[in-house]
Design a binder for this molecule. Structure first.
Ligand SMILES: [Zn+2]
Length: 494
């Protein structure tokens, strides 16, 4: 018997606005699609948060015994600068600005994306398809929608006819927008649009002569619309109807709304049973934006190399920090909150390390099975990681009491405690124990670097800047970065 058969998992479905009992289409199997990154810039922390939410969901479904096919795409073409089908392709623009091939842009930022996710201990998805690898599938879908009379060709571009679709279906079903409001609120720039109606969206865009990312099609050379790739790849790998579709909250409209319309137009039914959306991340209470400088990259957190940070933080600490908020809540990132989280993370790891040395008694002074049930109940309640973490800290309290001979545990319960702690901390939350890995080696290394930091401080006090700079630069060449702050010098390893 698998765990999922005895656990009642509830998922908040964005489509219905309710928590619903999860039932997969095929017993024991889950198909999950998550919209991946558009690879035209370094992955930012808000994206990491979204993908981390789905990494934990993937991990928990696997922990429950489901066989999960997790598809997360790479958008390497078709994503224009704005959502109204106008502007340049984001990747082509970057390639033009840097005078490199679009596929060089794609390669660089795909590698960055994978490197960062690996540092955060993400599990790789089962399939990671690209938009450019599925042009033929996308063209086939467009032909199908045109044949059904729900899309029209004009000047080499093909648009989805939203009003026609809405006569028989409900455009706006996911985002809760109704078509009258959309018509009322869509700004029409006179003479700028060739669409029949401004609500219509592009399935295929004609490539102007200077556009370098182009493919032949029945409508001439062009490129697919952004929304189409996800319909093509989810249908190809998960079928016309699958269990879970996820993404960031900002994708709900128009991207996911358009995915539903495309799939319903082709297949005559709704493509997804549970729509899930992760909320956004703010930095010091404000929306992250490159333009205002209120922005932080994951690499800057690992190195401590950003003005808002007092030191460097390990990826697992950041992961733990992010998971202390529920995926549907807005999450605020700040140095102080991260420092507090680091203390909590270390406390959790310390308690884990104590488990093997605990004294065993004849009886237990707390109900371990009730505690274990609470851990599952937290995750079964729409993947509530903050509540799960609070239960883990309840166990930390008991572990410390047992250590101080103020509480007892019998051997059977100790085994349950150990296996449950390990399962939730490492398998489900995906944390990594940074303390135990090469503990002695890293302690020695830290001591040696501290010694050099002190020697450098002495040299600076003696105005011997040649020596102090030499220590800093040579450490940097070895991958040890020093950071001078109010509370002295700290270091990070790259
Ligand atoms: Zn998508």
């Amino acid at each position: 018997m698998q765990l999922y058969q005895s656990q009642e998992l509830k998922i908040y479905n964005s489509l219905t606005g309710k928590k619903e009992i999860f039932k997969s289409i095929n017993e024991g199997y889950v198909g999950m699609y998550v919209c991946g990154p558009t690879v035209y810039s370094y992955v930012h922390l808000g994206n990491v948060r979204t993908f981390m939410s789905f990494d934990v969901i993937f991990r928990y479904l696997k922990h429950l015994g489901y066989k999960v096919r997790y598809v997360r795409n790479i958008t390497d073409a078709g994503h224009l600068e704005n959502d109204a089908d106008e502007g340049e392709d984001r990747i082509a623009k970057k390639a033009r600005l840097e005078q490199i091939e679009p596929m060089e842009v794609v390669q660089r930022y795909t590698v960055d994306f994978h490197t960062i996710l690996q540092k955060f201990n993400f599990l790789p998805p089962s399939i990671e398809p690209t938009a450019t690898g599925h042009i033929i599938e996308q063209i086939e879908i467009i032909k199908d929608i045109v044949d059904k009379g729900l899309a029209y060709e004009i000047n080499g571009s093909v648009y989805f006819d939203v009003l026609k679709f809405n006569e028989t279906n409900n455009y706006g079903i996911l985002s809760g927008r109704n078509i009258e409001d959309l018509i009322h609120n869509t700004r029409v720039l006179s003479g700028q649009s060739e669409k029949k109606n401004p609500q219509d969206f592009a399935l295929w865009k004609k490539a102007e002569p200077q556009h370098i990312m182009r493919w032949p099609s029945p409508w001439g050379d062009g490129f697919p619309g952004w929304h189409l790739e996800c319909t093509a790849m989810s249908t190809k790998y998960l079928g016309e109807q699958f269990d879970i579709h996820g993404g960031g909250m900002d994708l709900k409209f128009p991207h996911h709304e358009c995915e539903i319309a495309q799939a319903e137009a082709c297949n005559g039914h709704s493509p997804v049973n549970y729509w899930m959306h992760a909320n956004m991340l703010t930095l010091n209470g404000k929306k992250m934006a490159k333009s205002t400088g209120n922005n932080i990259l994951p690499g800057e957190i690992f190195s401590g190399n950003n003005a808002i940070l007092s030191k460097a933080f390990a990826p697992s600490v950041v992961r733990f920090f992010i998971l202390q908020a529920h995926y549907r809540s807005i999450f605020d990132f700040s140095n102080d909150a991260l420092l507090a989280s680091e203390k909590g993370f270390n406390k959790l790891m310390d308690a884990l390390h104590c488990l093997d040395g605990l004294n065993i008694s004849d009886s237990s002074s707390f109900d371990i099975n009730a505690w274990k049930d609470n851990c599952y109940a937290a995750m079964n309640d729409d993947f509530n990681t903050p509540i799960l973490i609070s239960h883990l800290f309840e166990a930390v309290k008991h572990i410390n009491q047992i250590k101080d001979n103020k509480a007892t545990i019998n051997s059977d319960d100790l085994e349950v405690l150990k296996s449950t702690m390990h399962a939730f901390i490492f398998d489900v939350l995906g944390l990594v124990d940074t303390v135990t890995t090469d503990n002695n080696d890293s302690n020695t290394l830290s001591n040696v670097i501290e010694l050099l930091i002190n020697l450098r401080a002495e040299a600076r006090a003696n105005k011997d800047f040649a020596t102090s700079d030499k220590i800093r630069d040579e450490l940097l060449a070895m991958g040890v970065q020093l950071k001078d702050g109010k509370e002295g010098t700290t270091f990070s390893l790259s």
